[in-house]
Design a binder for this molecule. Structure first.
Ligand SMILES: [Zn+2]
Ligand SMILES: [Zn+2]
Length: 316
């Protein structure tokens, strides 16, 4: 039985068709407007070219370089604690909202709270909620096959970790994958102008505490958060144990689960992507799930999808 046929939100088709090569101006404009210069923003890119869009990638590279600013602003406890807090809150937003809610619809919420979740997720600077969910749904459908855009088995560690992010073919959002989310204009707006929330966050930090807060609180925190998240695409398909014999290479790792607030139970997750929890057993620490349970108690979310009992008898 294919392991991803159940509990996963269905996508609706594979990529195809052609995408025009963006001119330099269009590439720059897309720093601000992800749909700039695209005749049909819904048209997916052709697969398999793995061409790096260097111009488009400059802000991403600059974010990494900006971390060197710590040598100028020095150690600043309040700024460092802000960085830690923003890492935790935004990792929770990525795992709880971008991943478990938008990508897998593993619980329900109201439209205003959904928007709030999208804003928090967008503050992580991992592009928009529709882009994130569209790529992730494809990952599950094609995990570790040649159609998986970030598979260490297919493309090696670095491409699966961050190379694929820089690739021209992976910039557009394939709206066919996320029709359920694209119904909401406020989500489409956040997805199109995915730089707005990060810029607001960075500006607020600068106004609040000057350069130390900007460097530590935004740049360092965001870059560490980015690589923490990416470890699930790279290492979580290489490091750890396999409880379930899935068709992909997904693995369970306590270390990765601690870094990512619960996403390290990746073999569990590939076995049953639709569950709100990824730590299937009490000893599999899944901080995101505990946070979601709290949000449920507060009445903000409801109908968390459980792990089917039949999957809990396979521990070894
Ligand atoms: Zn995976
Ligand atoms: Zn997933």
């Amino acid at each position: 039985m294919p392991q991803t046929e159940e509990g996963q939100h269905p996508g609706s088709g594979e990529s195809g068709g052609a995408t025009p090569r963006p001119g330099r101006l269009a590439a720059l404009a897309r720093w601000l407007d992800t749909e700039a210069g695209a005749p049909d923003p819904r048209a997916p890119a052709p697969r398999g070219t793995r061409r790096v869009d260097w111009l488009r990638v400059i802000p991403f590279a600059a974010m990494h370089l900006a971390c060197l600013g710590v040598f100028f602003v020095g150690w600043h406890p309040a700024a460092v604690w802000t960085a830690v807090a923003l890492y935790l809150v935004r990792m929770f937003a990525i795992t709880g909202f971008y991943h478990r809610y938008f990508s897998h619809r593993s619980f329900k919420t109201s439209r205003p709270v959904q928007f709030l979740f999208a804003v928090l997720g967008a503050s992580s600077t991992q592009r928009g909620p529709l882009w994130w969910a569209a790529h992730h749904r494809k990952h599950h459908r094609h995990a570790d096959t040649e159609l998986d855009v970030h598979s260490p088995r297919q493309h090696g560690f670095w491409w699966s970790h961050m190379g694929w992010i820089t690739s021209a073919e992976n910039f557009p959002t394939d709206m066919r994958e996320v029709r359920d989310l694209a119904r909401f204009p406020e989500l489409r707006f956040l997805n199109r102008f995915d730089i707005v929330v990060p810029v607001l966050l960075a500006t607020s930090l600068f106004l609040l505490g000057g350069w130390p807060f900007l460097i530590w609180g935004y740049f360092v925190s965001t870059v560490v958060l980015f690589h923490g998240t990416c470890l699930i695409n790279s290492l979580a398909h290489q490091l750890g144990s396999r409880r379930y014999d899935t068709d992909d290479d997904s693995r369970n790792s306590m270390l990765l689960a601690l870094i990512t607030l619960g996403e390290g139970w990746h073999n569990n997750h590939h076995r049953y992507p639709g569950a709100a929890r990824q730590g299937f057993f009490w000893w599999e620490v899944d901080l995101t799930y505990y946070g979601l349970k709290l949000l449920e108690r507060l009445g903000l979310i409801r109908e968390l999808r459980p792990v089917p009992a039949r999957l809990l008898g396979h521990d070894r």
